[in-house]
Design a protein around this ligand. Structure first.
Ligand SMILES: [Zn+2]
Length: 469
């Protein structure tokens, strides 16, 4: 597992869905399953758009940087280096117009309705949005739940672009996307290194209405393109049409090498398959080990997997996924259900002393169980301690040296036992929920609010996403 992970992170590197690196990662996954003696194939789907960042630049040009005229003269080389700020484009964000954009910066604080009203006119301006340092899972969820409303307000007020203050310290850059359906976002956006964004905010406050920046973000857009999920399989001996999925996403952002998110857990899924295969035992039901792509663009790969396998979902007994780095596993999030807990506790009894048998009943968006959950399949998402996940989240520092291999080995054993136990027990872990039951679950867990905030509500209501009404 350690060597597999080294190859994926250090040799393949960051792997954005649709990129050549992603194709190499798929080859890595296929080869690793084969080496483990596990049957493997890939399943294709179409990614609507590809995206890549080129040279993103942000420079203060007024009131104390180089004059605006110098830029329009094409004398960009005259730029004073010290007014250049560290910046990364938002994933799946549109490019700025050729040559970039020179505009006034308007500070909109944390971007609430009130903040926008206070900020005044911002037509053609670049808005700067503040953030706090993320230290908890709740903070991380807010990094996704806050932007849709802010983007809407910025667009409504005629802003030309958005600068997000980084939520990680020490000028660390990271990549976000606020586009959760694989389409290019409405307006150019970039994350500005936290200290640089604070400097910009202070400058705006010292020279209200007079600070102009040059934002050049020549992002490359392409596609559509065919992408793949990698599927390893151990076939059940007497109930082969009943399945348990153990999955993790293989894709990542590319400022770092996607070690915590989510290379370590892609390697874990392969290791769990290898370990089960190596026992020589065969479970009653089929276990599928799936490495999804497109997760970072809005769980597109797992959505496509669910769509392609809709006919089998009545007999899918569980979907298990790991997507939170290497923090100690405390149990599973059961996706708004209590009916699956007793069976799961029994499955994990052998590892009771690990303290990983304490489950929660929450349901949320954010990783590959999402569409399985909305289809009524029992889902289990590993609940993990934060450990070093948040300071390195989607950042240049998400590299192999952050991975605690000992912890990862324990998790591989836990994941293997979970998948094996559910696949091999006499009774199904839980039934597939009906649409009526899901409507109640979505409401009771507050998932309805998330679906509305993130723009999934109409698709859920119509049955385009999730179990048909
Ligand atoms: Zn992830």
């Amino acid at each position: 597992m350690e060597e597999n992970l080294r190859r994926l992170t250090d040799e393949v590197g960051g792997r954005v869905t649709g990129s050549p690196e992603m194709a190499r990662a798929v080859e890595w996954g296929v080869a690793a399953f084969r080496a483990a003696g596990v049957d493997v194939h890939t399943e294709k789907y179409t990614l609507p758009v590809t995206w890549s960042e080129e040279q993103t630049k942000l420079t203060i040009v007024e009131p104390f940087g180089p004059a605006h005229e110098r830029i329009t003269d094409g004398k960009i080389a005259l730029m004073v280096k010290t007014t250049s700020l560290q910046v990364a484009s938002e994933g799946w964000g549109p490019p700025t117009k050729p040559g970039g954009l020179v505009a006034t910066v308007v500070d909109v604080g944390y971007g609430s309705e009130e903040d926008f009203a206070k900020a005044g006119s911002m037509k053609g301006a670049i808005v700067l949005v503040h953030s706090d340092i993320g230290t908890s899972w709740a903070d991380l969820f807010n990094e996704y739940l806050r932007p849709p409303g802010i983007i809407e307000r910025a667009v409504k007020n005629g802003a030309a672009a958005i600068l997000w203050m980084g939520a990680r310290e020490r000028r660390l850059l990271y990549r976000h996307t606020n586009s959760l359906n694989g389409e290019i976002d409405k307006i150019p956006q970039a994350v500005v290194a936290r200290e640089d964004a604070m400097r910009l905010a202070r400058t705006v406050s010292a020279y209200p209405g007079r600070v102009r920046v040059w934002l050049d973000m020549p992002n490359k857009i392409g596609g559509p393109i065919e992408q793949e999920n990698v599927v390893g399989e151990i076939r059940g001996y007497d109930k082969p049409d009943e399945t348990v999925v153990l999955g993790a996403h293989l894709d990542s952002w590319e400022l770092g090498t996607g070690a915590l998110d989510n290379g370590c857990n892609a390697a874990l899924v392969i290791e769990a398959a290898r370990a089960i295969k190596a026992t020589g035992l065969v479970p009653h039901r089929t276990i599928r080990f799936v490495l999804f792509s497109g997760e970072e663009q809005g769980t597109i790969g797992s959505y496509e997997y669910v769509k392609a396998h809709r006919a089998e979902l009545d007999k899918m007994r569980a979907m298990i996924t790991y997507d939170s780095g290497i923090g100690r596993v405390t149990g599973y999030s059961l996706g708004g259900r209590r009916d699956t807990e007793a069976g799961l506790r029994e499955v994990l009894k052998a590892l009771e002393s690990w303290g990983a048998n304490n489950h929660t009943y929450d349901a949320s968006f954010g990783t590959d169980n999402f569409d399985f959950l909305l289809e009524g399949v029992p889902t289990l998402v590993a609940n993990q301690e934060e450990a070093n996940y948040l300071p390195n989240y989607h950042a240049a520092s998400d590299t192999l040296d952050k991975v605690d291999i000992r912890e990862l080995k324990l998790h591989a054993a836990l994941a293997a036992l979970t998948a094996w136990g559910i696949a091999d027990r006499t009774e199904p872990l839980g039934k597939r929920l009906s649409r009526a039951e899901l409507d109640i679950l979505v409401k009771e867990t507050g998932l309805d609010q998330q679906l509305k905030l993130l723009g999934y509500w109409d698709a859920w209501q119509s049955g385009a996403r999730g179990r048909k009404p």
